[in-house]
Design a protein around this ligand. Structure first.
Ligand code: AP5
Length: 244
């Protein structure tokens, strides 16, 4: 046995049982390849973990991956930081590279949720080329449609758990203990780009560069538009209907 192998004896029985049950539940699930598109604060990151668990997919959020690279000060993070702080998009080549790599993870065996990617038509075209090589097709694009006016309150009240990407809201989705992640008990933080000024520039990027991506996929007939301004559980119900 290779020295890097996990020693199963060290893993608690409860974790092993849970993983076994998860794999049994996932085995008959069909593959799904999904894209979530919407402006900042529209609920992509909130709905993703629910979809991920129900359909056994991996959740690939370019924003989370870039923030991890920034905080680890990797060469990628150093390149991405300036654009992210200003609410601008980072270069297409950087994000295409990280997605290409991330899709190879074993957890993506049943398919993936792309959250925050593609964000430009150039990224969508590169994704098509990538998927064609793998013989995979996008099944659905979930368009989180919402009025800009709702987003400032959503963004300013958001708290996140950086390690998992779980997001909370002081008013709409409060954690059980203020400032603390429900699952791990670790502290929550507010994102540096979650200010009214940076939101303005993120929205501007969304309208100019990302809305054309919805049009790109509409022509392929795979876009489902959600009423993302509705309460959280209503949006979850809409997602379930679209994916059933
Ligand atoms: P990224 O991290 O992707 O940010 P974003 O797209 O701006 O999206 P958010 O994470 O802000 O919003 P969300 O829709 O996930 O909202 P959430 O569910 O948390 O990107 C950050 C930056 O990285 C970009 O600006 C760019 O620089 C760079 N980047 C990333 N991808 C890139 C790419 N492909 N190309 C180039 N650059 C890229 O919800 C928000 C809040 O509202 C939460 O507090 C939540 O609890 C609450 N909430 C959610 N749903 C509801 C509801 N229905 N009712 C009430 N409250 C709700």
């Amino acid at each position: 046995m290779a020295s890097s192998s996990v020693n199963l004896e060290e893993i608690p029985s409860e974790s092993l049982m849970n993983e076994l049950l998860r794999r049994m539940k996932c085995a008959p699930k069909p593959e799904k390849h999904l894209i979530l598109i919407g402006p900042p604060g529209s609920g992509k990151g909130t709905q993703s973990p629910i979809i991920k668990d129900e359909h056994c997919l991996c959740h690939l959020a370019t924003g989370d991956m870039l923030r991890a690279a920034v905080s680890a000060k990797t060469p990628l993070g150093i390149k991405a930081k300036e654009s992210m702080d200003k609410g601008e998009l980072v270069s297409d080549d950087l994000v295409v590279g990280i997605i290409d790599e991330a899709m190879k993870k074993p957890s993506c065996k049943k398919g993936f949720i792309l959250d925050g990617f593609p964000r430009t038509v150039a990224q969508a075209q590169k994704l098509d080329e990538m998927l064609e090589r793998q013989g995979v097709k996008i099944d659905k694009v979930l368009d989180f449609a919402i009025d800009d006016a709702v987003l400032e309150e959503r963004i300013s009240g958001r708290w996140i758990h950086p390690a998992s990407g779980r997001s909370y809201h002081t008013k709409f989705a409060p954690p059980r203990v203020p400032g603390v992640d429900d699952v791990t008990g670790e502290p929550l933080i507010q994102r540096k780009d979650d200010t009214a000024a940076v939101l303005k520039s993120r929205l501007e990027s969304f309208h100019r560069q990302t809305l054309p991506v919805i049009n790109y996929y509409s022509k392929k007939g795979i876009v489902a538009t959600l009423h993302a301004e509705k309460p959280l559980s209503d949006v979850t119900d809409e997602v379930r209907k679209v994916l059933s």
